[in-house]
Design a protein around this ligand. Sequence first.
Ligand code: APR
Length: 236
Amino acid sequence: MKIVVFTGSGVSAESGIATFRGSGGLWAEYRIEDVCTPQALAKDRERVIKFYNMRRREILSKEPNIAHKTISLLEEYFDVEVVTQNIDDLHERAGSKNVTHLHGEIVKLRSSTDESAVVPIDGWEQNVNERHQDGSLLRPFVVFFGEAVPMLEKAIDIVSKADIFLVVGTSLEVYPAASLVNYLKPGVPVYVVDPEAPYLKLKYNPVKYIREKASEAMPELMEELKRYSDDISGNN
Ligand code: APR
């Protein structure tokens, strides 16, 4: 049975990483157009790189929480794919094996001319003038607003094969990521874990809203999913 877990910044909130929207969110402190667009990178490269250096430094100092760990534990019972909007590496550090990052990965850099030329970065600090071996300036391996989402096709394929779909810690305000729910097979149950769970308008899928913090809800949800899977496979 295939479980697809679609996550956003809320899953990392209890690790101490700020979410984006709302009063304590990152976008209350920074303007997207100053730090997270291709125009910002062209206009003030140093500012954008510094912003991501700060984020990388913060992320590297944090640890996966119970929600990440429970998602990784699901692999003992299910075929699990994580599709995340997060650029942190906490799912990987918690042990999840199949993680698709829709918005890039902070622990990597990429060539500014070739989006597939990706290299790891050692430590938190990217040097502003560092170049890729293709000669171009390196930039953080993140998808800026206004850029295409290269992993979208893969994510659509993963979501369309789900037997169970979990949405954990995302406001579903950013597209195209938020449109992934539209690729579910009819009848596939959806569980939304978020204290302020966004309402999902799905015609053909039952949705259960669990309005709790991810670390509180996930262990119990895992037990519920095991029971569900036993029931439909006829085990006791
Ligand atoms: N457990 C579960 N959910 C939580 C928790 C928690 N402990 N704390 C907060 N949340 C929820 C919030 O209620 C909110 O619905 O996480 C969600 C975070 O929403 P956003 O801040 O909008 O973050 P996200 O959905 O990940 O943003 C999507 O926007 O700026 C871009 O590229 C960025 O990937 C990001 C995208």
